[in-house]
Design a protein around this ligand. Structure first.
Ligand code: KG4
Ligand code: ZN
Length: 342
């Protein structure tokens, strides 16, 4: 069963053809990162305009790379939330138009559910059989840091979330403070690689008696540290490859990763799950992947980094069982910018 997945919730225009929720026939992503980098963050109006110009070429490339025509598809699935309203609208309307004109099954997918189903796209990986439900999912991205117990396909319970900034947002803001580029997560990871660990640790944020996260205090602590060292505001001539920047980047990355790992393991124990599944852009972080695997007593499933950050393959994967069980045509599908999962 071949499904065209479309994703435009943020700043990636993406389309993919996925077979049976697992096999990737094509996975095309047009990133707008350079357009937004000069503003140090995503500008919603620019994002929707870019999606409009990129959408049709991206879909055409995804179909031709998969050697399939629209009429041979078994359905179309599109992200309808959460995300930027204008960006979601471009994807939903394009997908609807394609589905109507070819009378194909058509459904909306929750972006966060997509991040979970990216794990099924890995060669030979099927979380349903290994580790098996229930699974504790840590979805950590630019907009979310959620702990969700998955008890079966489509069966979710939200048990923890961030009270303020998402982990990815904290990475992005700290990178800006250190004069590093956007998006901040990969930049901080790169800078931290040359650290030797001389920087005193930054505080680990902790929300008492809860599985929730809070990252705004850590962000402020990083800002104070950078100010004390004369690194903030960044100087014109600031050397982003300096040892000092690397040390602060490493201390910041460790504080976030340590917090994510500890809280996830606590949640996994409390809900007595069989394993942990990670998804979302921050799950591409090498230290998070390493520390979670090293410290967890249950198996950890995490897609390769390129499937953790936004893509449409995960949308096609999440749609498979839905369309197979119920080939609906949801013609009144609308965008839900604050859509939740669980
Ligand atoms: O899932 P995603 O691509 O988009 C959203 O749904 O938000 O996540 C983007 C976020 C950004 O904040 C980015 O800085 C972060 O993921 N990110 C990383 C890494 N790669 C991307 N954070 C830490 N380490 C990385 N290697
Ligand atoms: Zn995402």
């Amino acid at each position: 069963m071949k499904i065209l997945g479309i994703e435009t919730s943020c700043d990636e225009t993406a389309a993919a053809v996925i077979e049976d929720g697992t096999v990737i026939h094509s996975n095309v992503i047009a990133s707008q990162v350079e357009m937004h980098a000069r503003y140090g963050g995503i500008v919603p109006e620019i994002a929707s305009r870019q999606h409009m110009t990129a959408m049709i070429p991206v879909v055409q490339t995804a179909l031709s790379e998969a050697s399939i025509n629209l009429e041979d598809l078994d359905g179309i699935a599109v992200t309808h939330g959460p995300g930027l309203a204008g960006s979601l609208l471009v994807g939903v309307n394009a997908a609807k138009g394609l589905a109507v004109s070819h009378n194909l099954p058509f459904i909306g997918i929750n972006h966060l559910e997509g991040h979970i189903y990216a794990a099924w796209l890995e060669d030979g990986v099927d979380p349903e059989s290994d580790p098996g439900f229930p699974i504790m999912c840590l979805i950590t991205s630019g907009g979310h840091t959620d702990l969700i117990v998955m008890r079966g396909h489509g069966d979710y319970q939200l048990v923890g979330r961030t009270r303020d900034d998402a982990a990815g947002e904290a990475f992005d803001k700290a990178a800006r403070v250190l004069g590093l580029g956007f998006p901040g997560g990969p930049e901080i990871q790169r800078a931290a690689e040359s650290a030797i660990g001389t920087e005193p640790r930054l505080p680990r944020p902790n929300v008492k008696n809860s599985l929730d996260f809070s990252f705004s205090g850590l962000k402020t602590a990083a800002l104070r540290r950078a100010e004390e060292k004369g690194m903030y505001p960044p100087r014109e001539d600031q050397n982003i490859d300096s040892q000092e920047v690397s040390e602060v980047a490493a201390a910041f990355q460790e504080a976030i990763v340590d917090t994510l790992v500890k809280r996830t393991l606590e949640a996994a124990q409390r809900y007595d799950v069989n394993g942990i599944l990670m998804g979302g852009g921050v799950a591409a972080n090498s230290q998070l992947r390493e520390w979670m695997s090293d410290q967890s007593s249950t198996p950890v499933v995490v897609p390769r980094p390129g499937l953790c950050t936004d893509n449409a393959a995960m949308i096609g994967a999440a749609a498979f069982l839905r369309i197979k069980d119920n080939p609906d045509r949801i013609w009144d599908l609308d965008v839900i910018p604050n859509l939740r999962l669980g």
